[in-house]
Design a protein around this ligand. Sequence first.
Ligand code: ZN
Length: 243
Amino acid sequence: MKTLLRLQELDLRIETCKARESEIPKQKEKFLVQKERFEAELAEREEAIKRLQLAQRECEGDIEQKQAQVAKYDEQLFAVKKNEEYQALLHEIDLLKKQIGTQEERIISLMVELDDAKARFEEDQKRVKAEIEALDKQCAEVDAELSEAVKDRAALEEKREPLLEQVEPGLLSKYRRIRANKTTGPAVVPLRGEICSGCNMNVRPQIVNEVLAGEIRACSQCGRLLYDRETLSKHEQNAGTSA
Ligand SMILES: [Zn+2]
């Protein structure tokens, strides 16, 4: 029984390790999602700069085209004979020059926007870089924690192995059956007076007496194996062996 309790202690600690091992990667997952969000934010800022630069180039191209058109019309002015045609050309030239003026104004406001966007990008880049560095550090810590948990569990499992052979096979299989059903928590619990400390229900007097006499009985409510602390230590002292 004493060995079984030692086994149970190891099993419960192994259980805790396993819970940690499955919890830790979730933590890392969260960090990675945050990191992606930061990177996306920065990419979005960079994209905005590219859009402004493209718009500026388009404006410049448009101005060049219109200036070429103006130059062509200027030449044609010399060639036209009729006054109406002359007036029409002048009108066209005037219109183009107005459009060019509008585009030039647009370029100026685009340049202002671009300066702003670049400044913001640089600021964000610094901030995001710091955030990402912090997240990378946290990820590394999480990795270290995980390998620690794996190492802890391996050590516990190594200690557990020899105990399996020392526990009486019938008792061991009972213990395993209870653990399989319960999945968490102890399968062997001490009596507290006449109460099962596993489910906090009263245990039948006959069972209490048998447990006090050193027999192995299960709680009829929750099925956990019961033992009495005092009986167990007396038994240890007398027999010096464990089962
Ligand atoms: Zn119980």
